[in-house]
Design a protein around this ligand. Structure first.
Ligand code: PMV
Length: 308
């Protein structure tokens, strides 16, 4: 058996606008998803995936990987295992797709580049979900914290370290599982109805992302926090925030966070708060009191890799 693992992700800034070609900042998290694979001789593909949803992505990844890389096999045994709940919105579908394709490449000693892996995995995810910028596929493939533009046209690793440098990222789960595809489609509908207004929001978010990159590169976390707050205002304007998310964000801000916002499509999933190390516990308590559940993660972790 060959075992590989790929990380989950958190969107730091730029969600929704990234679907329309603007940059976003995404970070890979310490929560990882493992795929073990071996070739068999019985002609069957056996998948043991505890999360049923993952099976579709594994199946499609095998089809796309074998076709794209001309792999002939006599049967496969595959097992997936995740150390994170697929409720948090950490991107288990993308992580399992990237890990399955990487495992396939390892088992058949096929030297795929990271870009080839990314391109194939993005194609697989798009063929199932129909929409998406691929930022989650990029995090699973490359890891670290990235400035990312749709389709991987920009994939710049940022020197951000939110685990030291006196700064920390607090993550609070809202208890509500969001449906990304539905929300992305709702935003598209809103854009059709109010093209200029929505495009102005996307453009403004894109500018915030570039400013945040510059500030973060200089370890100016106070400025990054302020930019996150502006980003949250625009997400509220887009109509993707919720009362629960707003309450958790307000709690974090009152407790002294540099900035706080929802992370991902909105409608639920998680909020993130950027805090100085000294404020971490107070902000965590405030998010808990606002009804959130703290999820402890490290950020900027390694991309897909062989683990056994
Ligand atoms: O809900 P998540 O964590 O998968 O994030 C979605 C982010 C969007 O920008 C709304 C969609 C995308 O594919 O970039």
């Amino acid at each position: 058996m060959t075992t590989v693992s790929a990380p989950g992700k958190l969107m730091l800034m730029g969600e929704h606008a990234v679907v329309y070609g603007y940059p976003c900042i995404v970070t890979a998290v310490s929560e990882r998803l493992q795929v073990s694979m071996e070739e068999t001789t019985d002609g069957n593909i056996t998948i043991d995936a505890p999360q049923v949803k993952n099976t579709r992505f594994v199946n499609q990844a095998i089809i796309d990987g074998t076709n794209t890389w001309n792999i002939l096999h006599k049967g496969l045994r595959i097992k997936t295992q995740s150390n994170f709940s697929n409720c948090y919105g950490f991107g288990s579908s993308s992580a399992v797709t990237v890990a399955t394709l990487f495992a396939l490449a390892q088992v058949f000693r096929n030297n795929v580049t990271q870009k080839q892996l990314f391109d194939t995995a993005y194609k697989t995810v798009l063929s199932i979900q129909g929409v998406g910028s691929g930022f989650d596929v990029a995090a699973a493939t490359y890891g670290k914290t990235l400035l990312y533009i749709k389709g991987g046209s920009t994939l710049d690793e940022l020197p951000w370290n939110l685990n030291t440098n006196g700064v920390s990222l607090v993550v609070g789960y809202s208890g509500v599982k969001a449906d990304t595809t539905i929300i992305v489609k709702e935003v598209a509908k809103k854009r059709e109805e109010q093209l200029e207004r929505v495009d102005r929001i996307f453009e403004a978010i894109g500018k915030l992302v570039v400013q945040a990159k510059e500030a973060g590169d200089k370890n100016d976390w106070e400025t990054v926090g302020k930019l996150m707050n502006f980003n949250q205002e625009y997400l509220r304007d887009l109509g993707v925030s919720t009362e629960k998310l707003d309450a958790m964000i307000l709690g974090a801000m009152k407790a002294g966070a540099y900035g706080a916002k929802l992370s991902g499509a909105g409608g639920g999933d998680c909020v993130i708060a950027l805090v100085s190390k000294g404020k971490k516990e107070t902000v965590e308590q405030a998010i808990t009191q606002s009804g959130g559940t703290i999820v402890s993660v490290q950020t900027g972790t390694e991309g897909v890799m062989v683990t056994e």
